[in-house]
Ligand binder design. Structure first.
Ligand SMILES: [Zn+2]
Length: 275
């Protein structure tokens, strides 16, 4: 059997090229290969689409990893993609497969008319391109932190764990026995703060103290557990700021019936990815 496949000219080709907001930084060695400024994106295959249509597959877990690696050949390990590149990549895959329109349904707050708005994904990709990830936090003259974005895998993990805890918290409301309820609620608080600590640790690349760079995770987590609340909040708020900068900005829209202006959140989800 020859290696040449006569069907090769009918293989899918890149449909668009995007520039990664991370500028190729924060990737583990070998997990990204190519020019970050011109990343070829191919349309999904039929198999990709089946994988992506499984419930909740879009933003967490194996399905999204598989499809990103399938449509973005420069990406060798989707789990280690910095989370700041994920929206751009998924939007680009949607553009390559279904076109640049993002449909968002929203009921008018004024007249209750059901509007279907059409947003342009290319504009959102342009927006993400101009965002800058702030990776340095100075606490005082002798103490500063180098921050890094979560990987896609970490972001998924924290999303899922947080969701589980919120669900347990809701269920705890229905526990009739007061002692059992208190025990459960205390456990939730303890798990939440543990999760928060792990999130902080995952977001810190190193700590610069005097002339020493600390990268030892055990040292950093012990410091996190023993630091003044002000410093803890400072770090938490900086991570929050970064997170907000990396969510797509609300878009102004106008009701088709009563012309009242309002805003919509351009969220790519299971309901609008495939149209
Ligand atoms: Zn209206």
């Amino acid at each position: 059997m020859s290696d040449f496949n006569p069907l090769q000219k009918y293989f899918r080709q890149p449909k668009i090229y995007v520039s990664l907001p991370s500028k190729g930084l924060y990737y583990a060695p070998g997990s990204f290969q190519g020019d970050y400024n011109s990343v070829p994106i191919m349309a999904m295959t039929g198999i990709d689409e089946i994988v992506m249509r499984t419930p909740d597959a879009l933003f967490n877990g194996e399905a999204a990893y598989k499809v990103i690696e399938s449509c973005c050949p420069y990406i060798k390990d989707a789990k280690s993609v910095p989370s700041i590149d994920i929206d751009t990549l998924l939007m680009a895959i949607k553009i390559a497969t279904f076109g640049p329109t993002l449909r968002i349904d929203q009921t008018c707050p004024h007249c209750q008319h059901e509007n279907e708005y059409e947003l342009d994904l290319n504009a959102l990709i342009e927006h993400f391109k101009t965002q800058k990830f702030v990776n340095h936090l100075e606490i005082d003259q002798n103490l500063s932190i180098k921050i890094r974005p979560l990987t896609f895998e970490q972001a998924n993990y924290f999303g899922v764990e947080n969701f589980k805890l919120q669900k347990t918290a809701l269920q705890a409301q229905n526990i009739e026995d007061e002692d059992a309820k208190t025990t459960t609620v205390n456990q939730i608080f303890s798990d939440l703060s543990e999760l928060q600590l792990t999130l902080l640790l995952a977001s810190i690349e190193s700590v610069q103290v005097d002339n020493t760079t600390v990268t030892d995770q055990t040292h950093i987590i012990t410091w996190l557990k023993n630091m003044e609340r002000e410093i803890f909040d400072l770090i938490k708020n900086k991570l929050e700021d970064n997170k907000n900068n990396w969510s797509a900005p609300d878009q102004e829209v106008q009701c088709g019936n009563c012309q009242t202006a309002s805003t919509v959140k351009p969220v790519l989800d299971q309901s609008n990815f495939f149209v």
